[in-house]
Design a protein around this ligand. Structure first.
Ligand code: ZN
Length: 193
């Protein structure tokens, strides 16, 4: 059920002749940082493409450039002296705001918090509980999927959330949360008094 293998949004291994695979690497986006409204508009287009054709086509757009730039800046803030792996998560809220989180490890290993959950807690702390997209940028070559605990925490707020994970070499994996956590238990399963 692999996040990686079954993912529709994977980019081709090689760029088509005459085209760069990751044009956003060439330079920073020259324009202003996207507004919340522009992020939402671009996300609507990406999601339509993901759901209709199973592929991601946002590379090179201003919002995509912003995600790459912000996640690169956040990822190095991770506290990961034990695993040596750093991950940044950016959550797009329904109001177009972005909320960041990084993994925060602890000498008592079990207390470690993943980037995805850090971003969720950040968003909720800022008053946003409706999420559209969770973008992940790791330092490993392959895209890192959210762990089981993070899938459950994301499900609490956004059962139809899309997750786009990017590896250090630009490889993408995209999947909707209802496929990453089928049959999830949520608030609707709890008895109400
Ligand atoms: Zn996790």
């Amino acid at each position: 059920p692999p996040f990686r293998a079954s993912i529709p949004g994977r980019l081709p291994a090689r760029a088509p002749r005459g085209r760069r695979l990751f044009p956003e690497r060439r330079a920073r986006h020259p324009g202003a940082m996207p507004t919340p409204a522009l992020r939402l508009a671009e996300w609507q287009r990406w999601r339509a493409e993901l759901e209709a054709r199973g592929r991601f086509d946002g590379a090179g757009s201003p919002f995509w450039s912003e995600l790459l730039e912000l996640s690169a800046g956040y990822r190095v803030r991770a506290h990961s002296p034990y695993s040596g792996l750093s991950l940044a998560a950016l959550i797009l809220g329904a109001d177009g705001r972005l909320f960041a989180g990084v993994n925060v490890e602890n000498a008592s290993y079990g207390l470690t918090n993943c980037a995805e959950r850090s971003a969720v807690f950040h968003a909720v702390s800022e008053g946003q509980q409706r999420f559209l997209l969770c973008f992940l940028q790791g330092q490993a070559p392959l895209p890192i999927p959210p762990c089981g605990a993070c899938r459950q925490v994301l499900f609490e707020f956004a059962p139809d959330l899309w997750v786009i994970s990017r590896g250090s070499q630009g490889q993408l994996a995209c999947a909707r949360l209802d496929r990453l956590l089928p049959g999830a238990m949520g608030a609707a399963d709890l008895p109400r008094s």
